[in-house]
Each structure stands twice: as C-alpha cells, then as structure tokens.
Design a protein around this ligand. Structure first.
Ligand code: HEC
Length: 132
C-alpha cells in the first residue's frame, strides 16, 4: 500500500472514533462476510495478503512475538506466514474482512486501520481460498 493510502487510513480513523477500537460494546466476532470468489479474482498472498497482514496485523500477531510483546493477541493467531493465516481464516473473516454479509472491523484494535476497500479485498481473497 502506498503512503497516500496509509495517510488516508489514519485520517479515517481520526474522523470516525468508532472505527478505532476501544468500543467495549462491540463483540469481537461479527457475522460471516459471505464473500464469494469472482472467477476473475487476481488477489494472491504475494500481491495482497502478505502486505495486508504486515501493514495491519503482524506487530501483534507474529510467531516470533511472545508475552507482552503480543499486546494481548492470542496464541496460534500468527499472520506472518500463509500457513498461519489459513489456520484461522474464518476468524479473520469474522473480525477483519468485508463482503455482502458484513463489514467486520474489530481488528486491528488500533493504529493503522484498513479501508473498507481493503477489507472487501481480504474477504475476496479468503473466499478464493487464499491463493499463494
Ligand atoms: C495492537 C495489537 C493487535 C493488532 C495490530 C491486531 N490484533 Fe488481532 N487481536 C489482538 C488482541 C488483543 C486480540 C484478543 C481480543 C479479545 O480477545 O477480545 C486479538 C484477537 C484477534 C482474533 C481473534 C482470535 C480468536 O480468539 O480467535 C483475530 C482473528 C485477530 N485478532 C485478527 C487480526 C487481524 C487479521 C489483524 C490485522 C488486520 C489484527 N488482528 C491486528 C491484538 C491485535
């Protein structure tokens, strides 16, 4: 993702307090996004998933982080490898992705927040079974 997009994401977070985490009322898991895989999907781990996770998730969800460095991120939810992502892809859908059924935004809890467009792309990539 380019710098401009990152700045935009940070601004959107400031503009809408609800999108920035800390809302105790909101359950962690939203409904399934019901995303479908379009036959012309071009999203892969290499051109999308890896950068998405590195931009928004791996500062907490990383296999080399232990104890307090995880900032509360649960064990076995490590997104620095495709294997780790696939293992809990439904939970990623319920917390982070968007599709016709829901726009789920409880993750990440703070910091840089993905745009809705990026969340829809995540839903699509998961629905396509996360090609490498
Ligand atoms: C600032 C640290 C931080 C970041 C960044 C972060 N998370 Fe989390 N994540 C947490 C914490 C803390 C929890 C536990 C929340 C709870 O139990 O209420 C959690 C829980 C989760 C869960 C649910 C785990 C379960 O119990 O099944 C998923 C899935 C998840 N995160 C995915 C992501 C994804 C995908 C991203 C990137 C878009 C992300 N997280 C970014 C800290 C983080």
């Amino acid at each position: 993702m380019g710098m401009a997009l990152k700045a935009l994401a940070a601004f959107a977070c400031l503009a809408t307090a609800a999108g920035c985490g800390g809302d105790e009322e909101q359950p962690l898991f939203g409904p399934p996004t019901e995303s479908v895989c379009p036959s012309d999907s071009t999203l892969t781990y290499e051109n999308f998933g890896k950068e998405f996770m590195e931009t928004y998730c791996t500062r907490c969800h990383h296999s080399e982080l232990i104890g307090e460095a995880r900032q509360g991120a649960p064990s076995f939810h490590d997104f620095d490898t495709l294997f780790g992502i696939k293992a809990v892809n439904e939970h990623i859908d319920f917390t982070t992705a968007a599709g016709p059924g829901a726009v789920n935004d409880t993750m990440p809890p703070d910091g840089a927040i993905p745009s809705d467009d990026e969340r829809y792309q995540l839903g699509e990539w998961i629905a396509c079974d996360m090609p490498e």
